[in-house]
Write a protein that binds this ligand. Structure first.
Ligand code: IMP
Length: 205
């Protein structure tokens, strides 16, 4: 049994931290942000996939903090746009551009594209570097399609244009508990939670 006392989550994005805390609520291990853990390092996201980027973030923080470090990398893939914005989702049209503008731009680029070709997905990779230096990456996906206008007030980022077919609503119109149940981040974090429990239950050498 290898007891883990705390998790440092390698992100500075407060919307993601809020969702991570909601999803991991009830998990016995407390989760700290980099800021709360006093870790201040620059993370360069130059990987070619969600997995590479999440692992890079986790490794960079782990070098400083040790312990168990988690990191995620996520984004929206729109099929009719060849998978854009993908790993560039937060940098799409510039980091400081509002999501209202980014969302409108995606809708404009899909002009004339019918329902069946508006398929899209949110992807989230969560990487862990464990106290002994071993690593694990898991992926969660939520399939949906792009709407014709922004709808809803909840969530963040591209949520107002992402329709979850099962509910016929955008993830911005759904309550947080429902989004977290269905979401790419919820699925990946629950899979990672199992990996952490597995790690704790392996015998130490
Ligand atoms: P990251 O911080 O590099 O992982 O970038 C993630 C970006 O993908 C966010 O800034 C959003 O633009 C987008 N994104 C990821 N997950 C979600 C979500 O659950 N809702 C809306 N947008 C998301």
């Amino acid at each position: 049994m290898k007891k883990i006392e705390k998790i440092v989550f390698a992100t500075g994005n407060k919307d993601k931290v809020r969702e991570i805390n909601e999803i991991l609520e009830g998990f016995s291990i407390p989760v700290y942000t980099m800021k709360e853990a006093g870790v201040n390092v620059e993370i360069i996201e130059d990987g070619k996939s969600f997995e590479e980027n999440s692992l890079k973030k986790a490794r960079t923080v782990w070098e400083v903090s040790g312990g168990l470090v988690l990191a995620d990398d996520s984004g929206l893939e729109v099929d009719a746009l060849g998978g854009e914005p993908g790993i560039y989702s937060s940098r799409y049209m510039g980091e400081d551009t509002s999501y209202h503008v980014k969302n409108k731009n995606i809708i404009d680029r899909l002009e004339g594209v019918g329902d069946e070709k508006r398929t899209a997905r949110f992807v989230c990779a969560v990487a862990a570097v464990f106290p002994d230096g071993s690593e694990k990456v898991v992926r969660g996906v939520m399939e949906g399609r792009i709407g014709y206008a922004e709808q809803g007030e909840n969530g963040f980022g591209y949520d107002p244009i992402f329709i979850l077919p099962k509910y016929g609503k955008t993830t911005s119109e759904l309550p947080a508990e429902v989004k977290n149940e269905e979401s790419h981040r919820g699925k990946a974090l629950r899979a990672m939670r199992k990996e952490i429990e597995k790690y704790e239950n392996t015998d130490s050498q």
